[in-house]
Design a protein around this ligand. Sequence first.
Ligand SMILES: *[C@@H]1O[C@H](CO)[C@@H](O)[C@H](O)[C@H]1NC(C)=O
Ligand SMILES: *[C@@H]1O[C@H](CO)[C@@H](O)[C@H](O)[C@H]1NC(C)=O
Ligand SMILES: *[C@@H]1O[C@H](CO)[C@@H](O)[C@H](O)[C@H]1NC(C)=O
Ligand SMILES: *[C@@H]1O[C@H](CO)[C@@H](O)[C@H](O)[C@H]1NC(C)=O
Ligand SMILES: *[C@@H]1O[C@H](CO)[C@@H](O)[C@H](O)[C@H]1NC(C)=O
Ligand SMILES: *[C@@H]1O[C@H](CO)[C@@H](O)[C@H](O)[C@H]1NC(C)=O
Ligand SMILES: *[C@@H]1O[C@H](CO)[C@@H](O)[C@H](O)[C@H]1NC(C)=O
Length: 891
Amino acid sequence: MVSQYQIQVVLALFFLICTGQALARNTGRERISLNKGWRFSRSANNNDNLVYDVRSDTPTGNQVKILKPWILPVANPFIKAPEERRQRPSATPPGANITFTQINFNDSSWEAVTLPHDWAIKGPFYTGDNVPVTGGMGRLPIQGVAWYRRKLSVTAADVNRTIYLDIDGAMSYAMVWLNGNLVGGWPYGYTSFRLDLTPFLKPGDNNQLAIRLDNPVSSSRWYPGAGIYRNVWLTKVDHLHVAQWGTAVSSRNISTESAVIDVSIELENTGKTKQTAQVITSIHELDSRTGTGTAGKKVADAAQTTVDVDADHKQGVKSSVVVPNPRLWGPRPAQQPNMYIAVTRVLVGNKTVDTYSTEFGIRTIEHNPDKGLLVNGQHVRIQGVNDHHDLGALGSAFNLRAAQRKLEILADLGVNAIRMSHNPPAPEFLTLIDRAGFLVIDEALDSWKSQKTANDYHLLFDDWAEADVRAMLLRDRNHPSIIAWSVGNEVGEQTTGAAGAAIAERLCAIVHEEDSRPCTASKNAARPEMPFPAALDIINLNYQGEGIRDTPAYAGLDGIKTGPSYPAFHSAFPDKMILSSESAAALSTRGTYFFPVTKENSAPVLDAKADGGGNPDLRQVSAYELYTTPFGASVDKVFATQDAHPFVAGEFVWSGFDYLGEPTPYYSARSSYFGFVDLAGFKKDRAYLYQARWRPDFKVAHILPHWNWPERKGLVTPVHVFTNAEEGELFVNGVSQGKKKVAASGYRLRWDDVEYQAGEVRVVTWRNGTVWAEETVKTVGDAKGISLEADRNLIRGDGEDLSYITAKVIDENGAVAPRANNTIVFAVEGPGEIVATDNGDPYDFVSFPSKERKAFSGLALAIVRARGGGRVTVTASSKGLGSTKVELTAR
Ligand SMILES: *[C@@H]1O[C@H](CO)[C@@H](O)[C@H](O)[C@H]1NC(C)=O
Ligand SMILES: *[C@@H]1O[C@H](CO)[C@@H](O)[C@H](O)[C@H]1NC(C)=O
Ligand SMILES: *[C@@H]1O[C@H](CO)[C@@H](O)[C@H](O)[C@H]1NC(C)=O
Ligand SMILES: *[C@@H]1O[C@H](CO)[C@@H](O)[C@H](O)[C@H]1NC(C)=O
Ligand SMILES: *[C@@H]1O[C@H](CO)[C@@H](O)[C@H](O)[C@H]1NC(C)=O
Ligand SMILES: *[C@@H]1O[C@H](CO)[C@@H](O)[C@H](O)[C@H]1NC(C)=O
Ligand SMILES: *[C@@H]1O[C@H](CO)[C@@H](O)[C@H](O)[C@H]1NC(C)=O
């Protein structure tokens, strides 16, 4: 039976669809999500013998069909020199008759999937040795060949339009067929790309799209994800339209009274006749009420320009417009991230043939070698993190809410900058970041011609580096958050003398052709006297800034030893800004502490040493937050070298969040130990060291460890306090352990001789003689129950929005049992589902979609989404702990 309510919803939807189409006709452009309705099939092997090119892991022999000559021409729009562009071979590509590309192939037995999709994240994990995918890449089944198929419809009204397929990212070696015809593809999984479907489409509903991915083992030093892991769009435009990423909006002559906005537009005419177009751009404030990216109040109109665009050509057109009283974009919290939208209309005759919106911000940035970064003339110290693209238990499949949550957690800790290590992110992430007011270093590549792993980018560099770098620049250039472009991370070429420097110069020349912001590459090994850093505009140092293996605890280790290299770089390059693009590489697992504790303020994890910080059986690292990789430095050591060299612009910590893969120091695990936030998004103790420094006016006094050590009665159990006070006094069961000054040990208060007795540890801290912050940690009783807390109780029922639900194992007073590892079973009633669970333990091999998850250090996480509206009840239960509910509303 159809209720009145359902009819209203249907009518409302219908109205939306109709107005949407009407809107499209007025604006000339439609951008339609293609995320739904796919069929998917994956094989761990390459059964069809198609290859992009021969690789160490591809089949060999006569039956292998190489498609590279048909894929390469897709890069042409990004290759500057005409003679380096490739002709599509006139021959029919091999494999044209392959079954999965055919319209008549019946794929109804394939898995139905919605994009963004990461086929590997559900696991199961590969454990142990001799597995196809080891710890470095996250022990998940990323490898193999996969096909995605769906139908496209073309209406009669589309007949004279150009229809593009826009893929924001597919991992990897994407090749696309339409109705059995090879359209093109793009090998590098992090680059967004466009294919013109127009020549291969036919009217009607029966157009068959088939996308083949081939994701190699040993292609990455971290978890790359697998599949069409970002959004996919069908873009329908008039033959005359704004080209892909065809606007560049920049500002100059900025004052409080006015700013000059230069708008550069590239028009493309895919039609058969020359067109004369009028181009009009108006500038609007971004509608801050909705935050949806719609144009708000209009603030200026650029003069209309007339331009001829020949058939099958592109033509640039420039205009300038003055915006009065500009509201500047700047990073939080000292400045506001005000955004504008340039709305460009293209008219032929009096008909609007295209409308194109470009979000941008008005601001100045200066990279000052002595002062660091200035935004709108104000010094902004870079308090950044490195961020890999995975979203923890959701894998690499992009999700807007998951990305937004990441930013919220980081902002709370005082983070103001993100380095995209080591690849361009999903485009929506940069949009979120602009609006949230973080700074960004956008980065293209982790390797050049010199390989780090057998199947990494070195296989593609010669053919694709220009296109991949230029595609990043064109796609991302209008984001005000971006302060620099990085063309490489720790590439082998940094120490190959003139040869490596020549590549850096070539890639930076591409940056300079497209944008005014500096070109850089991160250096962990290049020294100031080598040619490599001279080829770059600013100096991004990984680890060597704060010194590598140069303090007593690291003395016995092999490998390069060097003191802080900031001064040497500063004097070699007095006109280049210096920053730490990777700092720390500190290690820990949340809530785990091992004894004895090193007396040093920075020490490598050494399993052979009693105070070495690691537990190789549990694959855990002590959260006293003093332990690092062999080349790393504790947070305290990094802060000290930053403070000793005030010309340094700041740091990007390795890393903000833990990520999948690279589980140093225990490669038998599945995810990293580097984050100051764990994989589930729970803060480690280390997070409070950063918060104390980065939010100096936010009162922080964080005590560690927890105080549940029945086996340590009478044993020395150091207590450390992370605070932005100047001094503190510690009390154990009311007995003072003495007053200490932070300055005495650097960046923390440490009472290293405390003897454990159950009860309570309390700290009182002072700043400038008055009490600043107090904190108490108590011995917690036996686990008796579970508490549940949702980060958001109201979510959209669109199958995308998420609620992150934290389960805490608690004692009878509601205090979290800090060592609890009880298995929690999550369940959902109503129109919701559990997408994944996690606990932040790098050595937990229970697959992420599992509804059962052991608590780790007392906590577990469930990620819930809703399909449709209604009441969603999430229940957590555990043997002996009863069950608890939390209610969500989905709309
Ligand atoms: C596909 O075409 C090739 C020639 O290009 C032919 O050798 C092969 O038999 C065909 N395969 C099928 C399944 O039709
Ligand atoms: C496709 O196969 C399924 C069963 O696998 C069958 O039910 C369906 O009718 C088939 N569709 C067509 C169009 O043949
Ligand atoms: C498409 O273009 C042709 C040639 O200009 C024209 O005759 C035809 O009416 C157009 N069709 C539509 C649906 O606009
Ligand atoms: C921009 O500023 C410069 C110097 O301050 C000035 O000469 C020029 O006229 C200004 N241009 C515009 C378009 O306001
Ligand atoms: C466009 O509109 C103007 C006035 O609105 C009119 O004078 C002009 O003839 C129109 N041009 C075309 C090509 O229709
Ligand atoms: C302490 O007080 C002095 C003088 O009143 C002031 O200059 C200083 O900034 C204060 N320090 C802190 C950390 O608040
Ligand atoms: C859970 O914690 C208990 C008590 O600390 C410990 O004895 C046990 O080994 C842990 N179990 C697992 C599966 O980690």
